[in-house]
Design a binder for this molecule. Structure first.
Ligand code: ADP
Ligand code: ADP
Length: 230
């Protein structure tokens, strides 16, 4: 059972220009439905590029990416947007919360983008998610009233509102202190276990990657190692 499968995925930038550069050189990778995996590698190795491809935010130069078994290379931009919206939740280092919106409305954002005004059911679900991430007291607060760790919890709740089978997280604890980072990490662990959501987490922190179930190491645009942690 896999949520993502990559076959011979390549990515070049500046195609047909003098500074054309291939940064991913044929990536084969499978992400299973219950994976809790870390993507690590030196700066410039291609992690952000790969994450953008996995999240259907950018297109590979060649190769195929299957999301939920469906090949995506021939999909239109509208189809890709729909696939992304229903299958992938994103958490970034800087959470991109909207400061003028309440915490509750921030969590509802992905649904508003998909289907307009949220119904009662959606609002109830957003509340439940905020309770699950320990923010029941802050439902009506603005993001600016929350700590960095709390804001990242809002971002995680927001990423889960569409019940995605896959969560992609780019340095989600990168700007948090060690203790808060550990708490946010435990929340990812809980989401993986209890919601059966596959998680791929990009991190520079070897302690975080070691705490995941699997570590994928990208070096110079190639997967150098991919192994289960004990
Ligand atoms: P990482 O996230 O591991 O630091 P990136 O995916 O950001 O790696 O970058 C991989 C390589 O691709 C780097 O050499 C970077 O300079 C180059 N690169 C990334 N994005 C672009 C872009 N939009 N245009 C040209 N080169 C890029
Ligand atoms: P990270 O902190 O994840 O390693 P980077 O600092 O490598 O990210 O890249 C930040 C952003 O800048 C990314 O969106 C990447 O695509 C873009 N980028 C990186 N290198 C280049 C480049 N040489 N030319 C254009 N854009 C780049």
């Amino acid at each position: 059972q896999q949520v993502l499968r990559l076959e011979a995925l390549r990515k070049s930038y500046n195609i047909d220009q003098p500074n054309e550069i291939e940064v991913l050189h044929g990536i084969d990778l499978t992400i299973g439905r219950s994976d809790f995996a870390a993507l690590i590698g030196p700066s410039g190795s291609g992690k952000s590029t790969l994450l953008n491809l996995l999240g259907l935010l950018d297109k590979p130069t060649s190769g195929e990416l299957y999301l939920q078994g469906k090949p995506t290379s021939a999909m239109s931009d509208n189809q890709l947007t729909a696939m992304r919206g229903s299958n992938i939740g994103f958490v970034f280092q800087f959470h991109h919360l909207i400061s003028a919106f309440s915490v509750l409305d921030n969590v509802l954002m992905p649904l508003m983008l998909n289907q307009g005004k949220p119904n009662k059911l959606a609002i109830e679900k957003a509340r439940e998610l905020l309770v699950a991430v320990g923010l029941e007291k802050f439902i009506n607060s603005k993001p600016g009233q929350l700590s960095g760790g709390q804001q990242q919890r809002v971002a995680i709740a927001r990423a889960l509102i569409t019940d995605p089978p896959l969560l992609l997280a780019d340095e989600p604890t990168g700007n948090l202190d060690t203790r808060t980072a550990a708490e946010v990490f435990e929340l990812f662990r809980k989401v993986n276990k209890e919601r059966g959501c596959a998680i791929l987490l990009v991190t520079h922190d070897p302690r975080l990657s070691a705490a995941c179930d699997r570590t994928i190491n990208l070096v110079d645009g190639r997967i150098e190692s991919d192994s289960l942690n004990n």
